[in-house]
Design a protein. Structure first.
Length: 94
């Protein structure tokens, strides 16, 4: 599936605003997407079903990255960095 198709599909399924960032984990089985609405969605890439919704940011989420160990880090326009465990529970705010 092309990136433009993925973006269109996930916007229709979950995001209410502009999709800002997409990132895959190291083996491509997970996709994280963020938007101007301050939300992060974690997707399973086989069926593109939502596994988790994260709403810890108070401003648009500008960047999300997976670590090699499937930790997730995100930052928003206010500069706060949030790190999530591999089960997407909050690990640390910086």
């Amino acid at each position: 599936m092309s990136n433009s198709v993925v973006i269109k599909n996930i916007k229709q399924l979950a995001h209410n605003d502009l999709v800002i960032c997409l990132t895959y984990n190291k083996n491509g089985s997970l996709l994280a997407s963020s938007d101007k609405d301050k939300m992060i969605f974690i997707w399973e890439t086989e069926s593109y079903k939502i596994l988790k919704k994260l709403d810890n940011h108070t401003l648009p989420v500008m960047l999300i990255v997976f670590s090699p160990f499937d930790l997730l880090a995100s930052t928003s326009t206010h500069g706060k960095i949030i790190i999530y465990n591999s089960d997407y529970t909050l690990r640390q705010e910086i």
